[in-house]
Design a binder for this molecule. Structure first.
Ligand SMILES: [Zn+2]
Length: 119
């Protein structure tokens, strides 16, 4: 009698699926990679990582802990590129703010100073 199985992860690259498999193996969880076609985009090759249903919860934890990139990396990256530096006090201000919350210098002031530098 076959044990119930569960798909816990989906990858576009077989190498990524194999990496997940090795992480699970290291944690003592038996897993398998199944190749198939995704529904969207249609006919794209995908690789599913399958484990016994009893192991599914633990397996998800192993994979989430195995990730080397923090979950909020995207937010952190956006903060790096989207802010502007206030000319009045050197504070990094959120891109959506038009006026520096620290000293009240406007973003427009920043542009005017750049124009003056060109002269
Ligand atoms: Zn300021």
């Amino acid at each position: 009698m076959a044990s119930p199985i569960e798909m816990i992860a989906e990858y576009e690259e077989e190498a990524e699926a194999r990496l997940a498999l090795s992480q699970l193996d290291a944690a003592g969880i038996h897993a398998e990679v199944h190749a198939g076609e995704s529904e969207y985009p249609p006919h794209a090759q995908v690789y599913w990582v399958i484990v016994a249903s009893d192991d599914a919860q633990l397996a998800r934890q192993v994979l989430s802990q195995g990730a080397t990139i923090p979950e909020d990396w995207e937010t952190a990256a956006e903060a790096c590129v989207e802010g502007w530096i206030c000319v009045g006090c050197d504070t990094e201000v959120d891109r959506q703010e038009m006026i520096c919350p620290q000293c009240g210098t406007s973003k427009e002031q920043l542009r005017q100073d750049e124009d003056e530098d060109d002269d």
